[in-house]
Design a protein around this ligand. Structure first.
Ligand SMILES: Cc1cc2nc3c(=O)[nH]c(=O)nc-3n(C[C@H](O)[C@H](O)[C@H](O)COP(=O)(O)OP(=O)(O)OC[C@H]3O[C@@H](n4cnc5c(N)ncnc54)[C@H](O)[C@@H]3O)c2cc1C
Length: 421
């Protein structure tokens, strides 16, 4: 079997990349190892309005449970910073239905979709690593022989370009000799009965509830929320249980945080474990291969959200893969166009996000109390309302830096703000 482009992984990024490759004239196969699209899913499903737009979808009852317009940021000491965006800023979605909608759009564009089909390796000669000798230009553009298991049966598919959209544990990244994202935050989440203070707002809890990142509640409605947290990788122990496991942090958060404890009536409707890659891969291409989405580490370091950035990159990946395949030049050099273009759109924001992530993640509870306290003034809250942007936090940081509040903020943030730009 031979295709111009084979996309591995039918998550939001894979379906979007496949659709874009087909739109640009390629014969495309989209592989998904599971028997169902969008299941199992490791996600809170909080998508900015821009993320939904980037996926070229209109918000619809088919996948939207709730809309939110802001966040209550709870300092470890109990003080609450109310951030009101005044209009819908994000949707809380069913990822299963969202992913399916995107897969349907890909199929409608002519993509062949194969479920229960797992990419299981490249045949020798495709990896950059191995022989050590320089490969000829012809070899660099030779098709990738992708080994797959379709319903458990081995086959080999020939692909001019393989797009690895196979998530945070990407095997395609390994087969291509690039390796998986280096820094992965372990995340955990339940869906549970929770009496929301206001279901138009998410709640964020930075500090020792979730060292290195934050804990959250995201309302599906006024009675049920997704409650979870992610941790800096060095903190959580690897085996998933024990004192420093994500589970033990979540239990403490549910039973010891007075705000959460008072609203949680116990019980659980869903349970999710997953990794959030923080920091993009240094390289997202090799001969005949592109990486996109979590496989490329394209998530936002400030929020862990990966749909907006992943969809942005997926569209470029699909287009570049199709054009390169049809031109007959799928060498790493030709495919590097993708790396250049997605970084042009996202790299600066991801870099600033990484600095914010590292700075906030290292603050002690008392420092966070102080910082959140110093932001809790009407003029700063107005600026956050006006310029706060889930996908581009740098816009707000820049405005804050050069505002009339700059002296107060410089005091709160120390020299950190100066290192951002
Ligand atoms: C706890 C948690 C909460 C999150 N909350 C949010 C949020 O609120 N908003 C947000 O924007 N992001 C969130 N994220 C991040 C978001 O889930 C990811 O960024 C997003 O799913 C990435 O999409 P993707 O298509 O790259 O990968 P995935 O959605 O992981 O899809 C990869 C697909 O590839 C398939 N696959 C893997 N290996 C193979 C193989 N060898 N062969 C065939 N198929 C394969 C998988 O089955 C899967 O379907 C969260 C993540 C976690 C862990």
């Amino acid at each position: 079997m031979k295709y111009d482009v084979v996309v591995v992984g039918a998550g939001p990024v894979g379906s979007t990349a496949a659709r874009y490759a087909a739109m640009h004239g390629a014969e495309v196969l989209l592989l998904e190892e599971h028997a169902s699209i969008g299941s199992p899913v490791g996600c809170t499903g909080l998508l900015s309005t821009r993320a939904v737009e980037e996926c070229e979808l209109k918000p619809s009852d088919e996948f939207v449970f709730n809309s939110v317009r802001g966040a209550f940021v709870h300092a470890p000491g109990g003080q609450c910073l109310p951030i009101d965006g005044k209009q819908t800023k994000a949707y809380v979605v069913s990822r299963k239905n969202f992913d399916r909608t995107l897969a349907v759009m890909a199929v409608e564009e002519g993509v062949d979709l194969s479920l229960k089909t797992r990419a299981a390796g490249f045949e020798k000669g495709n990896s950059e690593t191995g022989s050590g000798k320089e490969r000829s230009d012809k070899e660099k553009s030779s098709p990738v022989k992708l080994k797959i298991l379709r319903s458990g049966k081995p086959e080999t598919i020939s692909a001019s370009v393989v797009i690895g959209a196979d998530g945070v544990k990407s095997q395609i990244a390994n087969y291509a000799g690039i390796g998986k994202p280096a820094r992965i935050l372990p995340g955990i989440q339940i869906e549970a009965p929770y009496a929301s203070e206001d279901s138009d707002f998410v709640e964020l809890f930075p500090g020792s509830s979730a060292p290195g990142f934050f804990a959250w509640t995201v309302p599906l409605d006024e009675k049920v929320s997704r409650i979870g947290l992610a941790l800096e990788p060095g903190i959580a122990c690897k085996n998933g249980s024990g004192e420093n496991s994500p589970l033990s942090y979540l239990e403490k958060f549910l039973h010891k945080n007075p705000h959460v404890k008072a609203r949680c009536s116990g019980g659980m409707l869903d349970f999710v474990l997953g990794g959030i890659p923080i920091g993009p891969q240094e390289k997202t291409f090799s001969d005949g291969v592109l990486l996109a989405g979590d496989a490329a580490g394209q998530t936002k370091p400030t929020s862990g959200g990966g749909i907006y950035t992943g969809a942005f990159a997926a569209k470029i990946a699909g287009k570049v893969a199709a054009e390169a395949a049809l031109e007959g030049d799928t060498s790493a050099q030709r495919l590097s166009e993708y790396d250049r273009l997605w970084r042009k759109g996202l790299a600066k924001e991801l870099e600033i996000g990484m600095k914010i992530h590292d700075y906030i993640g290292k603050l002690e509870d008392n420092q966070l109390n102080e910082l959140i306290g110093s932001l809790n003034t009407p003029s700063i809250l107005n600026m956050i309302t006006e310029y706060g942007d889930m996908d581009h936090p740098s816009v707000l940081m820049r405005k804050l830096m050069f505002s009339g509040n700059s002296f107060r903020l410089m005091k709160a943030f120390g020299t950190f703000l100066k290192t951002l730009f």
